[in-house]
Ligand binder design. Sequence first.
Ligand code: PNS
Length: 165
Amino acid sequence: MTCAIYPGSFDPVTYGHIDIIKRAANMVEQLTVSVLNNSTKSPLFSVEERVKILEEVTRDMPNVKIDCFSGLLIDYASNVNAKVIIRGLRAITDFEFELQMAQTNRKLNPYVDTMFLTTSLEYAYLSSTTVKEVASFGGDIAKFVPPFVAKKIYSKYGISKNHNV
Ligand code: PNS
């Protein structure tokens, strides 16, 4: 059985992440989307909130499950018997960091490989950070995240929207 993990911060999940989740889930038997529990960052959403949001987003994807992890990604991959790590590549700017991470992980454990999916063009510009920035100023994020996620983001910033979200 091919098990893959798609790790990330997902603070919050965007349509770009969802696109990668769907495409990766079509290629493997079991995909685990896993949220990094990183105490050094100050995220907008707690790990529990991000897990809940991802569960909702992937409700109709039977071979996708949601988890969280702390510590080294490569150790987590071994613990859950994943042979493949999925990462999305948006632009050349992602490449250097991703290459370094993939090669380091492969040195640490040569039995786990990283597979890159290039982000669909329509989401190539998208990042959780810019979504949060736009939302924090009350901008429209309907094209970036599902409606229920948009609602949660606005609520974090104390913004009430009359949009149908
Ligand atoms: O969504 P992100 O923030 O780009 O995801 C980055 C993530 C979670 C994949 C990366 O930071 C990670 O794997 N962190 C766990 C710690 C680790 O294994 N670091 C060494 C990688 S070389």
